[in-house]
Design a protein around this ligand. Sequence first.
Ligand code: FES
Length: 585
Amino acid sequence: MRMIRLKIDGKIVLAPEGTTILNAALKAGIHIPHLCYMQMDDIGYKNNCASCRVCVVEVKGMNRLLPSCTTPIVEGMEVVTNSLQVMQKRRMVVELMLSDHPKDCLICGKNGECELQKLAISFGLREMRFEGKEAVHDMQHSISITRDITKCIMCRRCETMCGDIQTCGILTGIDRGFNVVVNTAFNRNLIETDCTFCGQCVAVCPVGALYETDNSFKLSRDLINPNKKVIVQVAPAVRVAIGELFGIPAGTNSTGKMVTALKKLGFDGVFDTNFAADITIMEEATELKHRLDDYLAGKQDVKLPLYTSCCPSWVRFAELNFPEILDNLSTTRSPQQIFGSLAKHVWAEKMGIDKKDLVCVSIMPCISKKYEASREEFTVEQNPDVDYSLTTRELGRILKQYNIDFNSLQESEFDSPMGKSTGAADIFGRTGGVMEAASRTLYEWATGTKLEDVDFIPMRGFEEVRVAEVKVGNEVLRLAVVHGLGAARKVVEKIKAGEENFHAVEVMACKGGCVGGGGQPYHHGNFDIVKTRAAAIQNIDYHKEIRTSHNNRYVIDLYRESLGKPYGVMTHKLFHTHYIDRKNK
Ligand code: FES
């Protein structure tokens, strides 16, 4: 590749042809402030609509300032990033943005994390020079995502994520001039659109225009209610990210401190979603084995590939876009919902608790889990199995409200038995983990032999689609792992067209899997943070004594004492579900 030589702030810089001034500068360690621009090469995300003009620079020989995020470098170019003219222009751009932006920063959900606020601080803005009309839009609440589009700065990061990466196209720029805003078609509530609630728009929004619908008040209210027993389950991806909200490096395993923090909040039981993830594998691996047995016996119309169903955004995406594959989705509920069902319908009875008095809360890395918990098939006699779900960020905020000093906490363990899990459950938190966990169990069940090496390396990594061939007895299984809904769409279409053939496919809506979920601490476009969390999840698995779900002795006991066989009558009632054709409705 041809290298281009240029000068930035007097420093000689070499960068490949085609690089923008901004990227050449950032690579050379020269910071140019920017706002609308965001690029994550690992996942193919690039938002460079150049709408904000915060990144302007002077280029010798040009009679106007240029946006560095879209201007390619040329040989001999001389760039100045910090002249008085440049700094004044940037400052004015931010002042103009603020002139049409609500001034409620103190109570904004993004306060302290807002990229516009950070620019205003770093530019030393102390007063509003421009007063005038401000656009006003109604707040829009949905079960998972709240939109305060009065705060939208038209950076279009959400639109790029929703359209280009997730191929959902729910959010787009509408209207003209002063009224222009990123919105849904006809200003519909998200629940009335094909939104999957993946929350990746929230993950990239630089301001407080998009955030998770907050359930923290509900939780505080329930925790002080003497008539309620309040229990909590925590998903695997939360423990490797919650520390970031307290200054702990990304990827630190904070399980012990997190459990202590939850106990200090006053929960009556602190349990691990991982326990339910091990059950998910008992059910899903059995389901896959049944389908494979039927297929190998030559039965007609066996529904393969089997698609995983742990990710509620993927399930909703399939229901909205591909109703013809709904019979291929595993009927096994997600770990969140298996836990809820187990807690309300088995554990509560054992503990002598009336399920009407039991509040089952989940802490998830995911925004869509709020939606999943609200699906009517997971409610029995008007009592939801999971009452409500909070994100990792909401938990962090609550701990701060309750003055719990996370860093100084001692470590403690989840309550038993629903806190005991295997390494196979931990890896549910990263892309490829569900397929790998299922493969570990399926292999041992199908062959009757112990798997010497439980690490299925081809299923790991961050390529959009990964394929592993696993020899089980005489059969070679083709298993695929996909992350991102756009990638899922491509894979499903190839399978439908007969261009691809798999026995099973894992799909996670969020890039990186749950560690990159929309409810996790903001990564601000640094995908390395997501990768670091995934590595931490893997590390937890490596250090678990038991790494296969079917060898979790607490799960084995549960089946023996209460549930009967996996994929049996009782577990079908408790742990399986059905799907709805939402395309043709
Ligand atoms: Fe370059 Fe917005 S960051 S125009």
